[in-house]
Design a protein around this ligand. Sequence first.
Ligand SMILES: [Zn+2]
Length: 100
Amino acid sequence: MSKTIKCHVCSGEMKPYVGPRHNRRFGMFLAGAGVVSTLFWIGPVLGIPLMAMGGYMAGSKRKLFVCSDCHTAIERLEVKMEPKGRTAKQAKETVEAEAV
Ligand SMILES: [Zn+2]
């Protein structure tokens, strides 16, 4: 069973797309700077957090739906419901994002 999402701008078909959440190159740069500073300069106090941050930025992804016609993108957020939910208002929230 597959569900399709219709674009609310042009009613085109929206396709799932997984893209990087942050600038991957900047994340790699941070991780690289972390390694360098761990080896040469200030040491692991600064280097290890830099590496962790860089690794996170390079690796984290987000799920999007992108319209195949007008390239409008919506981000898909997994909303965790509380176990004794008061009111299940929205199972899924969508946030509009600019097309990549
Ligand atoms: Zn569209």
